[in-house]
Design a protein around this ligand. Structure first.
Ligand code: TXE
Length: 479
């Protein structure tokens, strides 16, 4: 197989679909189809699950010692590292993100595998002396087959975030990348074969949400479902998994609040505000898409923010100077532009940005003011480089505005006042709060959201809880 075809990786082999169906794989910057991928149907999904089931029930992977399994996961990370240029090239080609950002994402993907390998290797359980002449302790065993369904905005990184803890804890896994970005995850499957993983430990199923993804979530041989995508699809996934009582972990949409107080370091706040909404062309669940600026500094901040947004180098994602490129697909370009197009009728002002209008799928860094809080662009996840700005006059008002959303994935706040930083961080309704920064992550901490942003947390012990079955052993010792 060459990189003009991305098959399924099932049971240690790259294979086409049973019925031979394929779909186009696009380069959004050149607007060309550069490859074909296997279009998974129910039969392909069933084959992938059967293979992972067998690998779990009969294969060596769950029975490996923790040290040996960690070493195997590190071997896969080594291969990914050695091939990081190729993986990043695929993500840039397939999704359109600037190459430097794709390289950064591959580095984080490698770290995900290394972190969870070590976390599993070095984990501890609990023991409790009992007064009854017994003692009791916990064991954390693997759960079985994991279905991992990942999105297109960080093709490799989002998949690695699921696959790494799943396999490190001794599970086997079928990963279905987004139909928009099958390339790098297929290569991950190939690398698992190259790393000597037993067949079925990492299977890759390519194809669309329905039927490929939905066949996985409905399969009662699947023990856990981990999903990142839209809130609407998350509900469908959860209902499907409920049919066979498989626990779900859902990382869904966001409408991140970014609160800049009058005592913020403005250089730092502008820098991170730009990063928070325009990195990856805003196609980030964590994007700071709602910006709240203290009235006392509003004019100065806005002048600097708009200038910084307009100064971003826009262009070919493979040009090292490029900081900002096109959206990931025509479908997504249409979605983002429809929100921007509706702003005027809703009473808002597009201060800068909008669709490039040159035939590309580029929406320039876009800043909007004066939007009422009921407007779709104000309250719904646009998932693009579109920042809606409001002002506030007090801390209470800022917290109220920030929390006024169905989502609750993350928030940012900028202040040099230590007490205010802690006070406001504690009041914000969000799974992650960044103070004077953005996107920095320690893999030991919980990651996930409240409300429409998701169900459950992953990271460190939170992943351990999701990807293992804890068992209590009670032992009589007074005989
Ligand atoms: O998401 P979907 P889409 C948001 C963002 C974006 C919108 C739509 O607002 O504009 O969602 O993007 C698979 N059973 N986010 O359509 O449909 C699908 O094949 C099982 C936020 O890409 O949620 C893909 O692999 N799987 C987000 C994955 O689910 C199904 C990242 C995500 O697709 C399925 C992406 C089904 N019935 C989009 N239907 C974030 N949280 O970062 C689809 N899929």
């Amino acid at each position: 197989m060459t990189d003009t075809f991305f098959g399924h990786v099932i049971d240690g082999e790259e294979v086409p679909s049973v019925d031979g169906a394929t779909f186009d794989v696009w380069n959004p910057w050149t607007q060309e189809v550069f490859a074909q991928a296997a279009e998974g149907g129910p039969e392909d999904a069933a084959r992938a699950v059967a293979s992972s089931r067998k690998a779990f029930d009969e294969g060596p992977w769950p029975r490996l010692g923790r040290v040996e399994r960690a070493a195997a996961v590190h071997r896969l990370a080594d291969l990914m590292e050695a091939r990081s240029d190729e993986l990043a090239t695929l993500d840039t080609t397939n999704m359109g993100k600037p190459f430097a950002q794709a390289k950064h994402d591959v580095g984080r993907s490698v770290q995900n595998f290394r972190f969870f390998a070590d976390h599993q290797r070095d984990h501890t359980g609990e023991t409790y002396p009992m007064d009854s002449g017994h003692h009791t302790y916990s064991e954390y065993g693997p759960v079985g087959v994991v279905a991992a369904i990942s999105p297109w905005n960080f093709p490799l990184m989002m998949a690695s975030w699921k696959v790494a803890p799943a396999i490190a804890w001794g599970n086997t896994c079928v990963v279905k990348p987004s139909e928009d970005t099958p390339a790098s995850v297929t290569v991950l499957g190939r690398l698992a074969v190259e790393a000597g993983f037993p067949p079925g430990v990492i299977n890759v199923l390519n194809g669309h949400g329905t039927p490929a993804g939905s066949s996985l979530t409905a399969d009662d041989r699947v023990d856990r479902v981990t999903f990142t995508g839209s809130s609407a699809t998350g509900k469908v996934v959860m209902a499907s998994a409920a049919g066979h009582l498989a626990p779900v972990s859902l990382e869904l949409g966001g409408k991140g609040a970014n609160v800049v107080f009058e005592d913020a370091d403005l250089d730092n706040a502008v820098r991170w505000t730009v990063e928070a909404i325009f990195r990856n062309s805003g196609q980030v669940c964590l994007a700071g898409s709602r910006l709240f600026v203290a009235s006392a500094i509003y004019d100065e901040f806005m002048e600097r923010f708009v200038a910084a947004a307009e100064a971003l180098t826009v262009g070919d994602p493979f040009d090292p100077a490029t900081k900002f490129a096109s959206l990931a697909s025509k479908r997504h370009f249409d979605k983002v532009t429809s929100y921007v197009d509706g702003v005027g009728a809703d009473g808002g002002t597009v201060v800068t940005g909008g669709a490039a209008d040159d035939g590309t799928w580029l929406v320039r860094p876009t800043i909007i003011t004066d939007l009422p809080r009921t407007a779709p662009a104000y309250c719904e996840e646009i998932f693009g480089p579109v920042c809606v700005v409001n002002r506030f006059d007090s801390e209470d008002e800022a917290v109220g505005l920030a929390n006024d959303t169905r989502y609750g994935l993350n928030a940012m706040l900028f202040t040099e006042n230590l007490s205010r930083a802690h006070r406001v961080a504690s009041r914000l309704r969000a799974g992650t709060v960044w103070v004077n920064c953005f996107f920095i992550r320690d893999l030991r901490t919980p990651f996930g959201g409240v409300g429409d942003s998701g169900v459950g947390r992953e990271g460190g012990n939170f992943s351990k809880e999701f990807f293992t079955e804890p068992k209590a052993v009670v032992m009589q010792i007074n005989r």
